[in-house]
Design a protein around this ligand. Structure first.
Ligand SMILES: Nc1ncnc2c1ncn2[C@@H]1O[C@H](COP(=O)(O)OP(=O)(O)OP(=O)(O)O)[C@@H](O)[C@H]1O
Ligand SMILES: [Mg+2]
Length: 288
């Protein structure tokens, strides 16, 4: 099983939303991390055949994205997943199954199987408008799984979930990733940290890093600093650097954790980097 992106580029007028992106996906969960406007949705829509690349190729087992066989292998949960609030969960799945051309008896069996898999079997007959955000997202996963896809693309599936739903969702995605390619985008670092074997970092349309969590974190080794300082000195560091953590230690002293290429002060000491540090290092100017 191999999904291959070769120099995939999308240009809107003079704006390059995706710039020569090359990635090779095998079975497993991939996390696509990037700030707003990084190009995550654009890339995913091209991988789903919804949007044509300006240049470059996308192939699954040597089958081009424009081919019907590619679409048959694909499941997609869009960022703005459109559901029908008046439908029940079961009816919605049957409706999508019909659109996907599944025969009726098979569709019914599959719908129930998926409702169970996403823990919505008890809510099967309830209207979607009564569902929580987490339940809607789980239903979204179920609809994307109707054709038992080998490639599953989830655009910000954890946005707006509470911590309990988030954990449940991560477990679900990890399970789905055991025998297919799963790509999910997010700007929530902890989601990726817990489920993605491989991490892709996108910035301004470019893929700036790809690798395991540890490989990616290594790229900012020696750039994370901690120090405890008087308030006035802390204030000036906050102006100059991307501060990850600030904690009042006493009336006079403030503890700071920050990312910087050079040592930010005499008392600063290097500390072990995390994925969150990395995110701040690359995206701090965007996320402010
Ligand atoms: N149809 C379009 N026409 C022109 N520009 C577009 C279009 N769609 C996206 N863009 C631009 O391309 C860039 C990438 O957008 P995209 O939606 O892919 O980012 P994203 O990483 O998914 O962001 P978010 O985290 O907000 O969902 C942005 O600058 C956006 O404004
Ligand atoms: Mg997006």
């Amino acid at each position: 099983m191999e999904l291959e992106l070769d120099r995939v580029t999308k240009q809107y007028g003079s704006k390059i939303a995706c710039d020569h992106i090359s990635i090779s996906f095998q079975k497993g969960v991939y996390g696509l991390l990037g700030a707003n406007g990084a190009g995550k949705t654009t890339l995913m829509r091209m991988m789903c055949g919804v949007l044509a690349p300006t240049s470059g190729t996308i192939q699954f087992n040597n089958i081009d994205v424009s081919h019907e066989d590619y679409r048959d292998a694909l499941g997609y949960l869009p960022q703005d997943f459109g559901y029908y609030p008046e439908f029940s969960a079961l009816d919605f799945l049957l409706y999508i199954a019909a659109l996907k051309g599944l025969p009726k008896p098979q569709a019914k069996e599959k719908a129930w199987e998926l409702l169970e898999q996403v823990s919505l079997e008890k809510e099967a007959k309830k209207k979607i408008k009564t569902f929580s955000r987490g339940m809607i997202q789980r239903l979204g996963i179920a609809q994307s799984m109707l054709n038992n896809p080998q490639i599953l693309i989830l655009d910000e599936p954890t946005a707006g979930l509470d911590p309990k739903e988030r954990v449940r969702f991560r477990n679900l995605i990890s399970r789905l990733g055991t025998d297919r390619i799963v790509l999910l985008s997010t700007h929530i670092v902890s989601d990726i940290e817990h489920i993605a074997g491989m991490i892709l970092v996108m910035k301004d349309g470019s893929l700036v890093h790809q690798g395991t969590r540890d490989e990616i974190i290594k790229t900012i080794d020696g750039k994370v600093w901690e120090c405890t300082l008087p308030q006035s000195e802390a204030d000036s560091l906050c102006e100059k650097y991307s501060v990850i953590n600030l904690r009042q230690e006493s009336d006079e002293k403030v503890f700071l954790r920050l990312v910087s290429d050079e040592k930010p002060g005499a008392s600063a000491i290097n500390t072990q980097a995390t994925l969150e540090d990395l995110y701040l290092y690359y995206f701090s100017e965007v996320s402010e």
